[in-house]
Write a protein that binds this ligand. Structure first.
Ligand code: TMP
Length: 212
């Protein structure tokens, strides 16, 4: 009988321009090569309803929403995403790789925009309960390098990129601190090296964590 590897919920976090989506794809590919069925999904978004809410969040001017309303929208999207995409995939035995999750809310709406983390915790509680990833990869790049990377992107989803550089520094500090304070769940990976090298480091961390 072949061993059944239990489905895992993994998130990839970091500031703007840290290469999360590319690395989510690379990790998915490596898992597939090992015969581990998986899906890649993202936040905000990842289900039909949540993708509609994403558009409201990532387009337009920075002050379009105040931080509380923004947080309510994010958790509305997240509750739909968890119920309709993440839980069903895990129940079907698929690993889930999610590009951003609740850590991003504590970083962007908490550390970045100044919303009291206790309030975020309360909204989290009523919308998704204690649903947390088992493993979180945090990609780290100096803010200036990251903003230079995305400077040339031509896209409508740039609302958060328009916040000032200090905002982005607060995000980076939050994520780096998180890797230290939640070291049993999180691993910090320097993403300012070639893509293949980042992918290799992520794979080593995942393989070690899940004994693959
Ligand atoms: P992305 O560019 O990584 O796809 O993410 C979209 C934007 O949404 C990004 O600028 C960060 C922001 N965001 C939050 O502000 N809070 C959250 O909880 C999440 C998941 C994303």
């Amino acid at each position: 009988m072949t061993d059944v590897i239990p489905a895992r919920f993994i998130t990839i976090e970091g500031g703007e321009g840290t290469g999360k989506s590319t690395q989510a794809g690379r990790l998915s590919q490596t898992l597939s090569e090992r015969g581990i069925r998986n899906i890649v999904t993202r936040e905000p978004g990842g289900s039909d309803g949540a993708e509609l809410i994403r558009k409201l969040l990532v387009e337009g001017e920075p002050n379009r929403w105040d931080p509380l309303v923004e947080t309510l929208l994010i958790f509305a999207a997240r509750a739909d995403h968890v119920a309709r995409t993440i839980r069903p995939a895990l129940a079907a035995g698929q690993w889930v790789i999610c590009d951003r999750f609740t850590d991003s809310t504590f970083a962007y709406q908490g550390a970045g925009r100044g919303l009291d983390p206790r309030l975020i915790r309360t909204v989290e509680d009523v919308s998704i309960g204690g649903f947390w990833p088992e493993f979180t990869i945090i990609l780290d790049v100096a803010v200036k390098d990251a903003l230079d990377r995305i400077g040339s992107r031509d896209h409508a989803e740039n609302r958060f990129e328009k916040f000032d550089p200090e905002f982005h520094e607060r995000l980076r500090t939050y994520f780096r601190d998180l890797a230290r304070t939640e070291a049993q769940r999180c691993v910090l990976i320097d993403s300012n090296v070639p893509i293949d090298q980042v992918a290799q480091r992520i794979w080593s961390a995942v393989a070690e964590r899940f004994k693959l």
